[in-house]
Design a binder for this molecule. Sequence first.
Ligand SMILES: [Zn+2]
Length: 209
Amino acid sequence: MMFPYIPLAGSFAQLAKNAEKKKPLISVTKEAVKNPPLKIYMLGQETLRTPANRIVKVDDSIRKLAKDMLVTMYSAKGIGLAAPQVGVQKRILVIDLNFEDPDAPPNVFINPEIISSSASLDTYEEGCLSIPGVYLNVLRPSSIKLSYRDEMGRPKKMNAEGLMARCIQHEIDHLNGILFVDKVVDQDELIKQLKENKFNENDVRKETK
Ligand SMILES: [Zn+2]
């Protein structure tokens, strides 16, 4: 997921020096690299529409995937990334809302499931690393309750609200082959922005509920 108004900090590397003493399981320097390990797929490519499979075992290969996804996400200046966006049909997503703080560990959600959603809804302008340049309002529940496994494979629960709830819902949609443009109400603006950014409006799929 990508938001238009969050500036990228210029001093990740410097700040990271202070964080060396801490050694989390997935250790990533929060800075852009020239050649990110994974390629991000764009609207129109089938991988984004293919539902992802549950992860049976959280092992080193999954942790390596999470790390590569994080490096790719930081390099693309995103705050969230789901595995189908990098061509991997596994139910894993990474989020970092504190990308300016090198000490704050990013979130890794494996097999995330929304247990319950609030009745109250919020509108927020979303963007997506797979649809660069397009930013549009989407209506979603303001808060959610979530179950998932962390990078150790431990079962976890979380209550999320605000930007975290927004981001998790956007990324879980990716695991189900759903994109935020499918949920946009303002069709005129959607078509205009897709055209401006050279995307094909036929690659949007209307949600049928
Ligand atoms: Zn996205």
